[in-house]
Design a protein around this ligand. Structure first.
Ligand code: MRU
Length: 359
């Protein structure tokens, strides 16, 4: 599929936003730090600059950073094309190691780079140009598979949502966070397309405001109404009866079903349990990490305190105050009602059910 075909397919499903472009062997990213004020695209031809774009949040969201990292490693391959195969491999692996360090929590980054690495180290290619072209095909496959997984997840997941229900989501698990269409927001898009008449509430999601800036923007691009609430309003709204289900994405799902997602997700899950509301996680199987036994060993990224004490360059805290900025948390598996994947709806006990779909 080329760009037009991808965009046509997504448009047919009612989704306009695609955050990544691959054209003439160059990668362009929609700068998500600037949304919704400005739609600015930046083009990259250097893998280290792509890694920096991931670290600095130009692109974010677990599947989107996996796809971006894959294209970054394709750029690396074309950049090293003039070298003998053995030198190529050594240098490509050095660049891959740097790419893997771009962000620690979302497993999709590692999963995508390792998919390409398996081809580089397979020994099947002696010709560097052929190998680079093969890596390009693999990155494109990772991207298309992600879009198709999201669309399939949408079809499975929307069946869980009652007509007319108020649904709360946290962070941005939408088209912007994926190859297109979205995971949690993909399920909401599918529910809207199915005429469910749902009402979507988006947590603002401090400190980067992925909810109020990104989720709200991309839903409105598709003509889907959304109501933004501040993060601390969730419990009040649930108790009042405005929320009938919660749906979020994931950065990593451990083998026992513990879920790493944007900071604040765990609190929302506890509130959902306390109020008898189902808590759903929508994620492609690329987000499931059977090598991580439980949430305890998932690395949780901590970012600069300045992201908490200032916003867009303006101070929002008393000067001199310390701040902590863990950007993900772990929701224990017993708070997760079901995990929606492209392979179907997974229910507890997760250790058995996740293993069964992945093996
Ligand atoms: O720090 P971010 O914006 O990369 O965090 C993103 C999230 O936590 C998303 O909910 C998660 O990656 C799922 S995206 C489909």
């Amino acid at each position: 599929m080329n760009r037009e075909e991808i965009e046509k397919k997504l448009l047919k499903e009612g989704s306009r936003v695609v955050p990544i472009r691959w054209e003439d062997r160059r990668l362009s990213l929609l700068d998500q730090r600037l949304l919704p004020s400005s739609e600015t695209w930046t083009t990259y031809d250097d893998p280290d600059k792509v890694a920096h774009a991931i670290t600095s949040m130009v692109v974010r969201g677990a599947p989107a950073i996996g796809i971006t990292a894959a294209f970054g490693m394709v750029l690396a391959a074309f950049g090293l094309k003039g070298q003998p195969i053995e030198t190529f491999k050594v240098n490509w692996l050095v660049l891959a190691k740097r790419m893997l360090e771009a962000r620690p929590t979302a497993v999709n980054l590692r999963w995508a780079v390792h998919r390409l690495q398996a081809i580089v180290t397979s020994g099947n290619y002696r010709d560097v140009s052929r190998l680079a072209r093969r890596l390009e095909q693999e990155a494109l496959a990772i991207w298309y598979e992600d879009i198709m997984a999201n669309i399939t997840m949408g079809k499975h997941g929307q069946a869980l949502l009652p007509a007319g229900a108020g649904i709360l989501t946290h962070c941005n698990a939408g088209a912007l966070a994926t190859g297109g269409y979205g995971t949690a927001l993909g399920v909401l898009r599918a529910a809207v397309s199915a005429g469910k008449g749902i009402r979507i509430f988006a947590d603002e999601t401090r400190p980067w405001l992925q909810g109020s800036r990104l989720t709200a923007w991309e839903l409105l691009q598709d003509g889907i109404p959304v109501t933004i609430v501040i993060d601390s309003a969730a419990g009040y709204l649930m108790r009042k009866g405005d929320i009938e289900a919660v749906i979020v994405g994931a950065d990593r799902i451990a083998a026992n079903g513990d879920v790493a997602n944007k900071i604040g997700t765990y609190g929302v899950a506890e509130l959902a349990r306390a109020n008898g509301i189902p808590f759903y996680v929508a994620a492609p199987t690329s987000t499931i990490d059977l090598d991580t036994p439980s949430g305890e060993t998932i690395p949780v990224e901590e970012r600069a305190p300045g992201e908490v004490t200032s916003f867009a360059g303006h101070p929002v805290a008393a000067s001199g105050a310390a701040a902590l900025n863990p950007v993900f948390d772990i929701t224990p598996n017993d708070l997760v009602t079901a995990i929606i994947t492209e392979k179907g709806i997974i229910r507890p006990p997760y250790r058995e059910s996740l293993y069964a779909i992945l093996t």
